[in-house]
Ligand binder design. Structure first.
Ligand SMILES: [Zn+2]
Length: 252
């Protein structure tokens, strides 16, 4: 009799474990902000429908094998920590990105500095989330995971979000601005896990162009010579097809 009870206990806790994992979702946490600039961003993030839309999209569409936390207001990041099942986003990241867009007078592009900053964050959230779902759900990746995470963000934004391409363009422009940080490229720069900022910029822009050459052809044809531009169309299609196929078993 005792062993029967034990067996039921084991089955019960197993079912509980399975059902809690079936409902594994992204949760969000905001730390206290300590400076006037970071306080402003804490408030903006807490009420931003665009930032919330990322979490809603993930929770409505994707099945994670484990619960994931988006933690705002820590020191380091943006990064995904696989030991803590957490994506960390510092408030200072937003302050720095805003400063960069502001210094570059980004509003002249027709997109406000604040909008561009939120766009860059949204693309970054999908990038970090890509690392999480690849790790949690053991999704295969060939090639550099960092490039795969960028294409994951661009594809999902393009396919599922109204301003998806514009969000990706703001994110790409941030890499373009960051690429101006170094005057010369040393051997060391090639050893990193990420592609160089300039390469990340061109890859995202190539995918945006490739996703809709008629809409983006006019702006981007100076950037990509005809032959390269045509390849962007195929590259985006391959990225889209690959990610949608890889995510299919993990869609709700
Ligand atoms: Zn990454």
């Amino acid at each position: 009799m005792k062993s029967m009870k034990k067996a039921w206990l084991v089955i019960g806790s197993l079912l509980l474990f399975i059902s809690s994992n079936l409902q594994a979702e992204v949760k969000v946490e905001f730390a206290e902000a300590s400076t006037p600039e970071t306080k402003v961003w804490k408030e903006k993030l807490e009420t931003s429908s665009e930032v919330q839309a990322v979490v809603d999209f993930i929770n409505e569409r994707l099945q994670l094998s484990r619960e994931l936390l988006f933690s705002y207001g820590v020191e380091d990041g943006p990064l995904f920590d696989g030991e803590k099942d957490t994506v960390f986003i510092p408030y200072s990241f937003l302050v720095e990105v805003e400063e960069r867009f502001s210094d570059a007078q980004y509003e002249e592009s027709g997109v406000s500095v604040e909008q561009a900053t939120v766009d860059a964050l949204v693309h970054t959230l999908f990038h970090e989330f890509a690392h999480a779902i690849i790790y949690f759900n053991e999704i295969p990746v060939t090639g550099r995971e960092e490039d795969a995470a960028d294409s994951f963000a661009t594809v999902l934004l393009t396919e599922y979000f109204d301003r998806g391409e514009d969000i990706s363009i703001s994110a790409a422009d941030l890499f373009h601005l960051e690429s101006g940080d170094y005057e010369t490229i040393e051997d060391y720069d090639f050893t990193g896990e990420h592609s160089l900022d300039a390469q990340r910029y061109y890859m995202i822009m190539c995918h945006v162009y490739g996703s809709d050459p008629e809409s983006y052809g006019v702006n981007l044809e100076e950037m990509f010579e005809e032959e390269r531009g045509y390849k962007c169309i195929d590259e985006y299609e391959l990225a889209r097809r690959s990610w949608l196929a890889l995510l299919k078993p993990h869609m709700k």
